[in-house]
Write a protein that binds this ligand. Structure first.
Ligand code: HEM
Length: 323
């Protein structure tokens, strides 16, 4: 009798695992790190391989990929909308001011998508999830923290250049504007300060920090002079400067720099202008553990912005186009 109920239990357990493994019903309850565990356990390792190869080929790519997830999430939620190419019906976010001639890494996302669909045998992993996983793997590839990525997002069938222009923060913003921009997304000051730490990697073009190096007063004078030599008052708009002294390492120098007025963007240095933000900057400037822990937490919070789940949206076959 005992044996019989045990076998019945096993049979039921098998049946429930089998149905979740083979049914392609979208998950309705929200995001979970285990979303692809049964559907395609090869998905996450496949993504990691491509990201590692891309970052090895060009260290900056890790930064560019992390930024794509941020710019995706801030525009109507993390729904892969940033990846859609322009068509007569798609108002592509790629053409919005913060992305145009600036957002990069789209070819790597295409490569990941092709690789993942091949590994899974069919398109089961959304482009929005690919961006979230890619962001984490990029941070890890550059020596930063890891975290369990929440998964199960679906892809949008629309994009909005207008919303990208209005909702992605600009480098000339002061602290109150940055705080209210993040608050509109349900993110707090702590998220703002921790996530801005993403600027520990990557580069910015001259036109994004020109006003700061010529007109700001809260900038280290030697740094300003030095930058002015290859980012003059006019021209050389696309010249690059690293966002912190170690642009390929996910360290705490970004925060150290802010304490000595060496932030590259006006919006970076703005974090040292308010009491609660400055306290966080100070603590991250000497405490890797605090920065890494809060960064990981805030990435998960950002990744939870308005995902499409259940029957919403679709799983695109090509991240650049709606099906
Ligand atoms: C807080 C407000 C933010 C502003 C105003 C801002 C602005 C900018 C600007 C102007 C650039 C340079 C773009 C270019 O010159 O082409 C940049 C680069 C970058 N941003 Fe932000 N950003 C912000 C927050 C974030 C967040 C939250 C993340 C990620 C979690 C992020 C990740 C990056 C990365 C990694 C780069 C370097 C990209 C590369 O080298 O290709 N940023 N950001």
């Amino acid at each position: 009798m005992v044996l019989n109920s045990l076998s019945l239990f096993r049979a039921l357990l098998f049946l429930s695992l089998a149905t979740s493994a083979f049914s392609m019903r979208p998950y309705k309850e929200g995001l979970t790190p285990y979303f692809y565990d049964y559907v395609c356990p090869q998905a996450l390792p496949a993504i990691k391989r491509v990201v590692e190869a891309a970052v090895q080929q060009e260290r900056r790519m890790g930064a560019s990929l992390l930024r794509l997830h941020f710019h995706d999430c801030l525009v109507n939620g993390c729904d892969g909308s940033i990846l859609l190419d322009p068509t007569p019906t798609i108002d592509s976010e790629k053409l919005a001011f913060p992305n145009n001639n600036s957002a990069r890494g789209f070819e790597v996302i295409d490569q990941i998508k092709a690789e993942v669909d091949r590994a899974c045998g069919r398109p089961v992993v959304s482009c929005a999830d690919i961006l979230a996983i890619t962001a984490r793997d990029s941070v890890v590839a550059l020596g930063g923290p890891s975290w369990k990525v929440q998964l199960g997002r679906r892809d949008s069938t629309t994009a909005s250049r207008t919303t990208a222009n209005s909702d992605i923060p600009a480098p000339n913003m002061d602290l109150p504007a940055l705080v209210s921009n993040f608050e509109r997304q349900g993110l707090k000051v702590k998220d703002l300060v921790a996530l801005s730490g993403a600027h520990t990697i990557g580069f910015a073009q001259c036109f994004t920090f020109r006003n700061r190096i010529f007109n700001d007063s809260n900038i280290d004078q030697a740094l300003a002079k030095n930058l002015q030599s290859y980012c003059p008052r006019t021209g050389n708009d696309a010249n690059l400067a690293s966002l912190d002294p170690t642009p390929a390492r996910f360290d705490i120098l970004y925060y150290n720099n802010l304490l000595t007025q060496k932030g590259l963007l006006h919006s970076d240095q703005a974090l040292s202008t308010g009491e609660s933000a400055l306290e966080l900057v100070k603590s991250y400037s000497y405490n890797y553990e605090a920065f890494w822990k809060d960064f990981a937490k805030s990435m998960i919070r950002m990744g939870n912005i308005k995902p499409l789940i259940g029957n919403q949206g679709q799983i695109r076959s090509n991240c650049r186009r709606v099906n």
